[in-house]
Write a protein that binds this ligand. Structure first.
Ligand SMILES: [Zn+2]
Length: 446
C-alpha cells in the first residue's frame, strides 16, 4: 500500500521539476499563414540585406525568407503585414540581462534596496519592456533570489509578456570578493543575490543548490570590477582556479552552463582553462587567453556601453573619481579585447548589464549603437552578434536568432534601416511589430 502514496507523491514532485525544466518551452505560437512584405530582409547571419523581401510564416514558423521574386504564390486573402519599406529582421537577443536590477546606483542597491515581493513585480515589468524594445529572447546574467526562473515560467506559459529567457538565479562568488559587500556587523548575508563560497567543496554545494532551483546558466565572479577600487578592483581575483573548476565540473555534470564576470587577465585565463562556456566582459584578455577562447570557441559578452555611461553619468549619481577612472580603464581594455576577439574570428554577444541608474531598463539597444559608433564594428556585424550569436549563447540557435526556414518567427519589423542607421533600433516608435512564434506581441500592430 505504501507504494501507492509514494507513487502519487513522487509524481507530484516530478511534475514540479518538469514545470521548471528548460526543455519545457511552451509559449503559444500563431496558427495559419502570414506574409510579411515590402521590406528588406536582414537575416541575422551577417549576409547583406535582401531588398524587397518576403517572409512567410505558417503556424508560427518561417516557411519562406528571401526575395519577393522567388516567393511561393499564396491565396489573395492571406493575412499580410506591410513592412512599409523598412526592415524585417530576427528579434534581438539580450545576452547579459538582469531582470531584477532596477535603477541601481550603489552596490547594495542590488540586494537590499527592495524586498523580494517588489523586485518580482519590477522584474516582470522589465521583461515586458525588453520585449517592447524588440528583444524576443534574453540570457540572464544573474537574478535576485530565483526570480528569473519563475519569470521564464510565467513568460513561457503566456501569463505575461517577455523575452524567451535563459535564467541564472543566484550568482556565485568567493567570500570577500566583489559581491560580498555587507559587513558582518550588519548581520545580514548575501543569500538573496549570491552564494558565497570558500574552497571547491563549497563551490560544489553552491552549484548543487542552483540545480534544484531550475537555472540554465551558473553565473560566477572570477574577478572584481572598477566599482570596488579598494578591495576588489578589475585586476583582483575573487575565486580560485580550484573553485572555478569545481563549479564547472558540477554544473556540466547536471547539464548546466557556466559563465563569469571576467575582467583581470588571469581571471579570464582561469575561466577558459576551467572549462567555462562563456565569458562576460573579457576585459583584459591576453594572447594566451585569446588563443584559448578561439580554440574552444567560447563566446564573450563585453557589455561596454555600461562603462561609457558610468564615465559620462556616474558622477551625477555620486560615483567617485577613482571609480570613474577604473571604468575608463575597463572601457579602453574591453573595447580593444572585443575588437581583437571579433577580428580573430571569435564570437561576441550583445548584452549590456542594463538596470543601473545611468543605464536604465528600456535602453538596451544603446549597446548596439555603441559598438558601431565607438568600438568600430559594422552594423551587420553588430546585428549578427545581437541575434544569431545571442541565440547560440542561449543554446537555442536551431529555434531562433536568424530569419531562416524552419525557425520560429521571432521577428522584429522596423520602419527604418538599421544597416545604415543602427540608432533606429533604440526607437520603439519605429517598431511595426515584435513577434514571438508569429504572434505580434508589441509594436504599432500590437
Ligand atoms: Zn552583470
Amino acid at each position: 500500500m505504501s507504494g501507492d502514496w509514494r507513487t502519487v507523491f513522487l509524481s507530484g514532485i516530478v511534475s514540479q521539476y518538469d514545470a521548471l525544466s528548460h526543455q519545457d518551452h511552451t509559449m503559444n505560437s500563431a496558427s495559419g499563414v502570414t506574409l510579411i512584405r515590402n521590406g528588406q530582409l536582414v537575416d541575422g547571419t551577417g549576409s547583406p540585406p535582401i531588398p524587397n523581401a518576403h517572409v512567410i510564416i505558417r503556424d508560427g514558423r518561417i516557411v519562406y525568407a528571401g526575395s519577393a521574386i522567388g516567393s511561393p504564390s499564396l491565396p489573395n486573402d492571406v493575412a499580410s503585414i506591410d513592412a512599409n519599406g523598412g526592415t524585417i529582421m530576427p528579434g534581438l537577443v539580450e545576452a547579459h540581462y538582469h531582470p531584477t536590477y532596477f535603477n541601481v546606483a550603489a552596490l547594495e542597491d542590488l540586494d537590499i534596496k527592495y524586498p523580494v515581493e517588489y523586485v518580482t513585480l519590477l522584474a516582470a515589468n522589465n521583461a515586458k519592456l525588453a520585449l517592447e524594445c524588440g528583444y524576443t529572447a534574453a540570457r540572464s546574467g544573474g537574478s535576485l533570489f530565483n526570480i528569473d526562473v519563475w519569470l521564464r515560467k510565467a513568460i513561457e506559459d503566456d501569463i505575461m509578456p517577455g523575452p524567451r529567457l535563459a535564467p541564472s538565479g543566484r550568482e556565485i562568488c568567493g567570500v570577500g570578493g566583489l559581491m560580498d559587500w555587507n559587513p558582518d556587523y550588519r548581520r545580514i548575508g548575501m543569500e538573496g543575490l549570491v552564494l558565497l563560497i570558500n574552497g571547491p567543496d563549497e563551490a560544489r554545494s553552491a552549484v548543487r543548490k542552483l540545480v534544484k532551483d531550475g537555472i540554465e546558466w551558473v553565473k560566477t565572479y572570477p574577478t572584481g570590477d572598477a566599482a570596488a577600487p579598494d578591495t576588489n578592483d578589475h585586476h583582483t581575483l575573487c575565486m580560485t582556479f580550484e573553485e572555478m573548476h569545481a563549479v564547472v565540473a558540477t554544473a556540466h555534470n547536471h547539464k548546466l552552463k557556466v559563465t563569469g564576470h571576467c575582467r583581470a587577465t588571469q581571471g579570464i585565463l582561469n575561466a577558459l582553462k576551467a572549462g567555462y562556456d562563456a565569458i562576460e566582459h573579457g576585459t583584459f584578455i591576453d594572447d594566451e587567453g585569446l588563443e584559448l577562447l578561439l580554440k574552444r570557441d567560447v563566446p564573450c559578452v563585453p557589455a561596454l556601453q555600461f562603462e561609457y555611461a558610468s564615465i559620462e553619468f556616474g558622477p551625477s549619481f555620486g560615483m567617485s573619481q577613482r571609480v570613474v577612472d577604473g571604468h575608463k580603464e575597463t572601457l579602453e581594455g574591453g573595447a580593444e579585447s572585443a575588437r581583437r576577439i571579433l577580428k580573430a574570428g571569435g564570437r561576441l554577444g550583445m548584452g549590456g548589464d542594463y538596470g543601473f541608474a545611468w543605464t536604465p531598463h528600456g535602453t538596451y539597444a544603446k549597446e548596439l549603437t555603441f559598438f558601431v559608433e565607438h568600438v568600430g564594428l559594422t552594423p551587420l556585424e553588430v546585428l549578427k552578434c545581437a541575434t544569431k550569436t545571442g541565440a547560440e549563447i542561449m543554446g537555442r540557435s536551431d529555434e531562433f536568432g536568424t530569419v531562416e526556414v524552419g525557425k520560429l518567427a521571432d521577428l522584429l519589423i522596423v520602419d527604418g534601416d538599421p544597416v545604415t542607421d543602427i540608432r533606429v533600433l533604440e526607437d520603439r516608435k519605429r517598431f511595426i511589430a515584435v513577434m514571438q512564434g508569429g504572434v505580434i506581441k508589441a509594436g504599432k500592430l500590437a
